[in-house]
Design a binder for this molecule. Structure first.
Ligand SMILES: Nc1ncnc2c1ncn2[C@@H]1O[C@H](COP(=O)(O)OP(=O)(O)OP(=O)(O)O)[C@@H](O)[C@H]1O
Ligand SMILES: [Mg+2]
Length: 253
């Protein structure tokens, strides 16, 4: 990583409730331009809150109580549940054009043209360019592509992905992950990818950060973390990945 010039620098971040309950403590991380980081850890360990704080979208009642966040450029976030991220009453193409209009500050006409281009870039069917297509007419995978298009319409240099494929079946999951990676090569954004799936994190990300109970317990390059996990929790995570059955040996028997 280009450690001298990170686009995101989080230092000793702490988040808590108004009633003084600490939810995230002392989180420090850096992201370089174009880099992919995997954020893994048990449920409730503070992954989503950390991402939300980076783009200033903390839920009401939660506050930053310590530390600093410096993001050089624009962040955009993709949430876990694509269907809920869309307005069911607004045609898909209109929603997309609306995001382009407000984020790119172009004319209404230009925003429609860019929205149509995004539909193509994301490999969505031409039928979605029509003005009478609503979110309920889309599959889960198509909804997630629209949500990704909306995030890309913000022209982010940091894309925060909060378990963007857990609601999708495995083949669609693979397509969406491929899309995020191939567009990353084209557009050059950095990614923080939250997942429970260590295999996904390690295939997509050059560095891993492991969180537990609101703290980072380990971070390093993916290979070293997987080969020589230092923290017992990381060791446990790695050991809990089920190995594939040894079909070759069985076939020999
Ligand atoms: N709006 C909220 N109000 C109060 N507590 C919250 C709120 N959102 C999250 N928390 C608490 O903050 C902690 C961290 O939550 P967070 O959603 O960041 O976990 P996570 O690592 O993303 O978990 P998961 O893998 O299940 O999505 C949890 O203990 C959670 O209960
Ligand atoms: Mg979460």
């Amino acid at each position: 990583m280009n450690a001298m010039n990170p686009i995101l620098e989080v230092e000793q971040l702490s988040l808590g409730t108004r009633s003084n309950k600490t939810l995230v403590s002392d989180v420090s991380l850096k992201v370089a331009a174009g880099e992919s980081i995997g954020l893994v850890g048990e449920s409730g360990s503070g992954k989503s809150l950390t991402l939300r704080s980076i783009i200033g979208l903390l839920p009401s009642g939660i506050e930053q109580v310590g530390g600093t966040i410096r993001l050089d450029g624009r962040g955009a976030m993709i949430f876990q549940d694509p269907v809920r991220a869309l307005d069911p009453l607004c045609p898909v193409i209109k929603q997309l054009a609306e995001v382009v209009y407000y984020r790119q500050k172009v004319s209404r006409k230009a925003s429609r043209t860019i929205a149509l281009e995004l539909i193509e870039m994301l490999g969505l069917p031409d039928s979605l360019k029509q003005k009478d297509r609503y979110p309920h007419q889309l599959s889960g995978g198509q909804c997630q592509r629209i949500v990704i298009a909306m995030a890309l319409a913000c022209k982010p240099n940091l894309l925060l992905c909060d378990e963007p494929t857990t609601a999708l079946d495995v083949t669609v999951q693979r397509q969406i992950l491929g899309l995020i990676t191939s567009l990353q090569k084209e557009l050059g954004y950095a990614v923080i990818f939250v997942t429970h799936n260590l295999a996904i994190a390690s295939s997509m990300c050059s560095r891993l950060i492991v969180m537990k109970e609101g703290r980072i317990v380990e971070q390093g390059d993916t290979f070293s973390v997987l080969q020589r996990p230092q923290h017992p929790y990381t060791q446990m995570l790695i050991n809990s990945v089920l190995p594939l059955p040894d079909f070759e040996r069985r076939a020999d028997q």
